[in-house]
Structure formats: C-alpha cells, structure tokens
Design a protein around this ligand. Sequence first.
Ligand code: UDP
Length: 475
Amino acid sequence: MDPKKLHVVIISSPGMGHLVPVLLLANRLATHHHLHVTILAVTTQTSPVESQLFDSYTDSSHINLIKIPLPDISNSLHPNYNIVTQLAIMMRAARNNIRSTLSAMSPVPHVLIVDLFSSESLPIADEFHMQKYVYVPCNTLFTALTIYLQVLDKEVKGQYVDHTEPLRIPGCVPIRCKDVPDPMLDRNTRQYHEYVRMGVDFTTLSDGILINTWEDLDETSLDALRNNAILRSVVKVPVYDIGPLSREVDPPGSEGNKVIEWLDMQPLESVLFVSFGSGGTLSADQITELAWGLELSGERFVWIIRPPTGSVKDGTFFNSGSGPDGCLEFLPEGFLDRTQNQGLIIPLWGPQVTILNHKSVGGFLTHCGLNSIYESIRGGVPMIAWPLYAEQRLNATLLVEKLEVAVRPEVLPAEKDIGREEIEKMVKSLMKGEEGTTMRKKVRSLRESGNQALMVNGSSYRSMLEFTTCCEVKI
Ligand code: UDP
C-alpha cells in the first residue's frame, strides 16, 4: 500500500439498505478518486443476501472488506425494540471490535467515515488521529431534520404528529406532521432520543457530512444546510453532496434467469415491478388487497413477495432473503392460476437492479427506500410510492410533490390498508394513463441530471473532490 495515498475506512451498520450505499461510496472513492478504501462492515450474519454480497467483494482488488462480527448482545436487545434502537445498541456494542481492528492496521488509515448509525464511533478516530466524517445515505431534508431535531426537541411541545402546524427547519420546505419519520413519532421512545443524539453527533463530533444526493434532487434543503445562517449555527461542519450513488448491476450469483426470461417475452414498458426493499413486509389483509388490486388492473407485474407479518412493516430488515420461499398459501384463493399469464411471483428476494433496467419494466411499486428510488431513477422507471417505515414518507413526498415522478395512495399505509380499488386505479394510471407517460419523461430527465452530477466537473464530482482534497491536505 502506498503510504502517501489517502486511506479511508468506512463503517457500515447492519442491513442491506446500509451496506449497499457504503459499498457504492467505497467503489466511487477507489475507482474515481483512486484512494485506498477499507470497509468495516458490522454484521448480524443473519441475512443470506448480505452474505452473498460480502462474498462478491472478497476478491475485490480495489476494496478491502473486513467483517466486524457483533459480540453477544442478546441481553440488551428486546425483540420489540424499533430497528433504530436495535441498530444503535448493535453499533455501540461493535465499538471495541472496530477499535481493535483499526489499531491492528499499519500504517494507521487517514480518514474514518461512519454511516449514520455508527456516529458513536467518531471519537475512535480521535484516538488514532484520523479525520472523521459522517455518511448519510438518506434524503437531504431528512438529514436536515435529524440535525435540527436537537432544536425542535427544545422548542416544540408535545408529540410532533399532534401538531396542526408543520415542522419548520430554517430554509427547508415545511414538513407535514404526517410525514414525520417513524422513529420520531413518539418522543417518549428510545429511538426518538437516539435520533436526537445522532443529530448532535453529526455536528459536534465530525469534520463534515457526506450525503448521497445531488443538487437537482433537493436543492432547497441542500442550500439550507450550506447557507442558511440559522441552520448553519447548528450544522457547523461542511456538507458534501456526492450522489446519486446507485447500483448498476446485481451482485454475481443473483438468481435472475427465470424472471429475465419472462420479462424478455413481455412488451416494452408493460410490466409493473412490485418490491418493498430488503426489510419491507405487509399484513395478510394488505397482501390480499394488493393481490386483488394487481389482478383487477389487468396490467402485467413481477412481485417480490414475502409471507405476512401482522402489523410489523420491517419484518425482514436483519434477515433479508431468508424465510420459507415455497409456501404462497397466504395469497387469495385462485390468484396464482388466474394471473399465470399476467404476472410472475418471486418469493423473498430478486435481482432488483436487473429487473428495473429491463426494457419491459414500465413502473415500480416501491416502499421508497432511497436505494430503490435511485435504482428506479437509473432505470428510467416512474413509481407508485408506498412508504412503510423509517424516513420513507418523506422520500415519497419528495417523489410525488416536488419531482412528480410517482403517484401515491390517498391513505397512508400506516393509517389503514390500501384497498384494491385504489391500487387498481394507481396501477392503471401509472402503466397506461397520461400521468404515467408524463412521469416517465420526468424520471428520465432526472436520471440525466444525476448522471451529469457525477461526471467529471459535475456538481457531485466536484463536491467529492473538495472532500478528498480537504482530507489530503491534512495528511
Ligand atoms: N433488493 C434486492 N432485491 C430484493 C429486495 C431488495 O436487490 O428483492 C435491494 C435493492 O435493490 C436495494 C436494497 O436491497 O439496493 C434495499 O435498499 P432500500 O434503501 O431500497 O431499502 P431498505 O431495504 O433499506 O428499506
């Protein structure tokens, strides 16, 4: 290893939705900016698709990937804890292993980048005299909200969702109370206080914040984070827009032959892809309504399906890709027979990027995880926004109201089930309506703007260069 070359270590927290953007950032730094990159991936080792993704990087010549196993924390983890609380506990417990891994590296790397759930590892960088940054693979308004939560926490009385007035972050669009992210819904919970703490960590423990976004996606929030005097007094550190970092291909070995063969036989842009990310799950009633909605629409579909999980909406977050894949008894009686020429069901997990880039796919019903959104934009595919958990309602609002590349149900999935008639109507409007055609054009121009941002001298390229240069002058 060339000791004069900047060596960056990136920590990722468990979950495909966290590992994927860290791998993308690592790739970008290694291939476009020619840095040494090591990933410390904290893993629960419970997801087969996560393991598959790890394996595909084991032979990578340009990224050093080290798995950080979790110590036994079964005593501190309650099954009813929200994902955010679980992640905070896991990442706290992983700190000793992270520290000992770093101390075994010689020479000591120059820069530590933590993902948003590992901000408590930032002080470890001080122990090794490393520079320290936070990477937020989430939308910019959510980043601003997380940072400003420390102020709202003091100013606003009662629960945010009980307010008729939207939440106001200086310089940003007001956030309607119904869009407040899940972990912030109840101020008496642990996950809420973890978020307040994370926002403080970002601004007091780091040298800067990298966001997986680009100027055209949400210039208002980005401008506020950088230039609004009131917000700056809280943010303090530089903010770098370095996206959209998004997967171009699925990892080698992803089973895709059957679905690709099926898609190859369908007309151009005729298929709706239905998938709820790595963790998203639905209740039995909601699966029934979705199945009927798809069938009644008459449109073609590919549906990545998981068994029902009652009221839990993130049932496979830590064990994505695992579960009983043969049993589809929870689908309405006769559904599979009646739709055998209309749709294809894929149990548990599928090659999402390959599907979204197939010419037959013309729409994506998505839970609005940011990776899924960027993959859809990259594929030029307009969306039905069906947010389930975390900050996904904010993502959905951005897609529908500002970018106009998605339709959204009238009721929020959190309030009650979305009925079959509404699903039928949305699917038809996206796949055949004028609305769908207009959105398809808009999503393609958004893709173009994302591509431009990443090109040499594009806004995100320059921002990344500013970040790497800033790190290099300090070594
Ligand atoms: N994914 C996939 N196949 C599936 C489901 C998900 O490859 O069947 C990938 C998807 O392409 C994305 C990631 O898992 O890269 C999910 O990340 P996202 O941010 O969309 O949602 P999360 O799972 O974090 O809620």
